[in-house]
Design a protein around this ligand. Sequence first.
Ligand SMILES: [Zn+2]
Length: 259
Amino acid sequence: MLGWSLNLFRIRGIQLSVHFTFLLLLAYVAQDGWSQGGSAGLWWSVATLMGFFTCVVLHELGHSFTARHYGVGVPRILLMPIGGMAQFDSIPRRPVHELLITIAGPAVNFILAGLLWCVVDFPVNWDAGAIPESVNELCCTLLAANLVMGCFNLIPAFPMDGGRILRASLALKLPYLPATLWAASIGKVVCVAGALFMGFYMHSVLGTALFVFIFIVGELEYRAVKRRERDEAYWREVMQRFQSAPAIPPAEEPPILTR
Ligand SMILES: [Zn+2]
């Protein structure tokens, strides 16, 4: 399913791809903009979506460039309607590295929000949910989006950024697997609370589904870490046994037969 994507271009060696469902979202947003405000509505709604996903890409590049600094390869960033995903070719196992790699994403959002704050001409008299109709309104929308993106990602629901920060912080004191178990368990409680809040208070089916999705992905990632830890422990033991085994004495040279 994740393979159904379109390669766009490379940013310093990292392939940027979009999932095909992103194109469906683009078509939906364009149609919605057209129905609300004709060609101007279409233009501004598509510009807003593109601006929003540019911020998502910059968030992922924050993770990616920090990861590369610590020797973790990042072959691809995949954009999906629910956000972006930087694919690492290995897991940063030093907690300090994971902490810095994870913090870098939301940090980019807060820096962008700060930069946009400098260029927005306040006060802006427009409803935050409406389609922007000027560059100033677009910048204001992106400012709000970056603040929401930065804060939302910091919710400690593993494997979101906040959950990874929690895992890395716990891993400074605990072994990696118990730290992951604690982060995943706390994340599940947060997800249940988030799903109930979204369902009963906000009446948002999408918000509820998002927390259910994070709950499931968190459990899957914990199981993957558990499996990997078990495999690594097994191979460590095999290697130790191999190294401590008595060396096989060299076979005696066969006599050279001469005639
Ligand atoms: Zn992130």
